[in-house]
Design a protein around this ligand. Sequence first.
Ligand code: BGC
Length: 446
Amino acid sequence: MKKKFVSVTLALALGLSLAACGNNGGGNASADTDKKEETQEPATDKDADTDSEDTGSTGDTANKDKPLVWFNRQPSNSSTGELDTAALNFNANTYYVGFDANQGAELQGTMVKEYIEAHIDEIDRNGDGTIGYVLAIGDIGHNDSIARTRGVRKALGTAVEKDGNINSDPAGTNTDGTATMVQDGEIEVGGKKYVVRELASQEMKNSAGATWDAATAGNAIGTWSSSFGEQIDVVVSNNDGMGMSMFNAWSKDNKVPTFGYDANSDAVAAIAEGYGGTISQHADVQAYLTLRVLRNALDGVDIDTGIGTADEAGNVLTDDVYVYREEERSYYALNVAVTADNYQDFTDSTKIYEPVSKQLDEGSHATKKVWLNIYNASDNFLSSTYQPLLQNYDDILNLEVEYIGGDGQTESNITNRLGNPGQYDAFAINMVKTDNAASYTSLLSQ
Ligand code: BGC
């Protein structure tokens, strides 16, 4: 999985001067191992020396050649899910950091199913033989949200196919079981069969356009419960922000197990009060990777340093917590189910991951400036879990990060604050819409 520190031959062929953003001191700069790619060479040795003494200035590196990491929202077509390979290969130091959406989705579905089976004697609240659930959908154009909807429908037997995949469209209201996006499933426990029905599902988007909207989910459970509350036996949500909003508004008082995703601290704590469970997407590993790939690119060392290969401080990740897919230029953290059985181990979602908690030396890893945005400053997961983690790791990695919080609705609200990319050494981007990578790369290409 080792990767050379490279730059694209084409850029060199075009005669663009690629100033080094790091030195080649790691001994990993070999020129002709790959036909398509070439080792990033400093323009001259003199430049390399200057750069290694650099203490945070951006030097002569063109913005388009600076390290770039996309995170949390993978550049992709929001209708088809197809990856935006141009954005993922914007330059030789471009990566995506997220988590394995399919593995997590399957875990979430299985967690819900196993809970139903284990609590079959009390779960069917009105005793009608049908286990009814409602589903809060985060963003119908976001890969992670789509995967989670599919995972739950697959596990509960309510999935139907559309174009060779599980249909992830919201079902609207389906109390009579006639919706075409889903079907009634069946669960058999102890020789007894139960129907499983998705009573209702909806994208939780507010009128201003913000997706994964917790307040909208709180309102939705109010509407659903007032018209068919006695049929709702389980509440499922694409994330904890919406899940907790529904739990607090209705399901906690009505003792209806509610399942989310993210393992935010408040959701984990709520497991003691009846929240059914959540999934940790290992944000502690993702936040580290987000900044670590930038650090490595800036240092001009092998990208695997402090990831699959221990750095000099001893930071290293094991392959049970992440995977790297070179062809997708993407790092994916692996997920873990958090339930009544193990939640005590997950009570603080902002705690750094111990195997990668060691401080880097300022001497060999001079402070660098990073521009980083959170697409929606009020997103529960990003603001209460991911950003605090980033803020813990930025110190360890000697990165001076400027955090920009977006409104969750318009890309321009964020790109307006990328007016002077020349002031930064590297960029970490969390788009509003996964199709919009060019809104950022065009600014860096100017
Ligand atoms: C999280 C959601 C969050 C979304 C933002 C997802 O991975 O699970 O909670 O709202 O990212 O893009």
